[in-house]
Design a protein around this ligand. Structure first.
Ligand code: SF4
Length: 429
């Protein structure tokens, strides 16, 4: 019953580390399903506030600190988990939760010597706990009906515009205590993840071979599981940094889009689905496509439409791909085999470069994606794709992985899986 304010202490076994990783990931996988309560009931490592529960949370916090692709999934799932627990509390349990949170908060406050953001957060959290305790003891007392919290500690609630804001303080009804605690928890996780840079024991933990092995296991399982990865939203503010992780089919479409500010209809469909599948939020998708389609198209572009004249149509199209319009079907990027079996017209974009490009075009695309001294490697890749285009792509992936890849790890069946595989292999933990 806590925000996991303090790391677990004591001893555990390697077996427990592995079990904790597997069970917490299973919880993440099921968290939005109706079956989640039954699932959790069977998981020993998810018994609330047990040593294994705290161990799992702090292991995953370490992974989120080291791996920016895992971080959004960690925060989103941990908040869902807290929400699930809070929604199951009866009044007595809610009271115990706040008492325990206040006690841990005071312990943390005593341990923090320096003034600053972390200390200010705990002071604010302590005040909220005191107010909630008064409310739980006398719910009908009007003087305990509202809590004042600075808006920076509950951005989620600020965005809902439900509460009055006076001099930076939000007035929140105590009846909304669950939403308030979840919002405070989210702020805490972001603060804690940021603060980890300055804590020497974090580095010590990351150097520990047993912990590293557990984090590598968590990372591998996370990136291999479709339903888990969906949580990992694409950070569009660093979009350009993601491009080296794109497979050549998508890199080639992005090159065309950057050059012409337009893509043909089918290519736009394929590229949009790829971006969705690697975690682009729908609002970011509107902005992404608006940015290109508001510019002048190039003379050789097959599409001459503009965002201004066709905004409704484009927005409808994007919503459709995200399953929010029309048949509300969930669309996903095509498999490599489908991409390779596409019949393309002479000027049509798309398909798989390892299947559809001639040697010269493929060579030039490979040169732009590999280090300057890769000529020999490029010829091996071209040779390989003649016999088997997918194998050519796997050879290419092998060349761009920054550390030694284990060949049997290179399994992907579509461009989004390629992206996640490369990201997981190049990430630090
Ligand atoms: S093999 Fe698949 S991922 Fe690789 S370039 Fe072709 S379609 Fe894209």
């Amino acid at each position: 019953m806590s925000f996991y304010l303090r790391p677990p202490t004591g001893f555990t076994t390697i077996f427990n580390l592995e079990k904790t990783v597997r069970q917490r990931l299973l919880c993440y996988e099921k968290i939005l399903t109706e079956d989640i309560r039954n699932t959790i009931a069977d998981l020993e490592c998810l018994v609330e506030d047990s040593t294994l529960d705290r161990l799992g949370h702090h292991l995953f916090r370490l992974l989120a600190f080291k791996n920016s692709s895992f971080c959004p999934a960690f925060v989103a799932n941990e908040i869902e988990l807290l929400g699930l627990r809070l929604s199951a509390y009866n009044p007595d349990e809610a009271l115990k939760f706040v008492i325990s949170l206040k006690s841990q908060c005071r312990t943390c406050l005593r341990a923090i010597e320096e003034e600053g953001r972390v200390k200010n957060y705990f002071i604010a959290l302590n005040k909220v706990c005191s107010k909630l305790l008064s409310y739980f003891h006398s719910p009908d007392d009007v003087s305990t009906a509202q809590i004042e919290v600075h808006y920076t500690y509950c951005f989620d609630l600020l965005a809902k515009r439900q509460y009055n804001l006076v001099n930076g303080m939000m007035l929140i009804n105590c009846t909304d205590w669950r939403a308030l605690l979840m919002s405070l928890y989210k702020s805490y996780l972001h603060l804690a993840l940021f603060d980890m840079k300055f804590i020497p024991t974090v580095n010590n933990a990351l150097q520990d071979e047993r912990i590293r092995d557990a984090l590598i296991l968590a990372r591998e399982l996370f990136f291999r599981n479709n339903s888990l990865r969906k949580f990992g939203s694409l950070d569009v503010t660093h979009f350009e940094e993601e491009i080296p992780n794109f497979p050549l089919c998508m890199k080639s479409l992005y090159n065309n889009l950057s050059k012409n500010n337009r893509l043909g209809h089918n290519a736009r469909f394929d590229f949009s689905l790829f971006l969705k599948d690697i975690g682009m939020e729908i609002t970011d998708a509107f902005e992404f496509w608006r940015r290109f389609y508001s510019k002048q198209h190039s003379s050789c572009s097959s599409c001459t439409h503009s965002w201004e004249e066709n905004e409704k149509r484009y927005i409808y199209g994007i919503k459709h791909l995200y399953g929010l319009e029309g048949s509300r079907k969930t669309y996903n990027v095509k498999d490599c085999s489908q991409m390779q079996s596409m019949t393309l017209g002479a000027t049509e974009e798309g398909g798989c470069p390892f299947q559809h490009f001639d040697d010269n075009n493929l060579r030039s695309l490979l040169r732009s994606s590999l280090p300057a001294d890769s000529s020999e490697n490029i010829e091996i890749i071209i040779n390989e794709r003649r016999a088997n285009p997918k194998r050519g792509c796997e050879k290419f992936l092998d060349s761009v992985v920054e550390k030694d890849a284990v060949n049997d790890e290179l399994h992907f069946k579509n461009p989004a899986e390629y992206y996640f595989l490369l990201k997981s292999m190049n990430s630090e933990v």
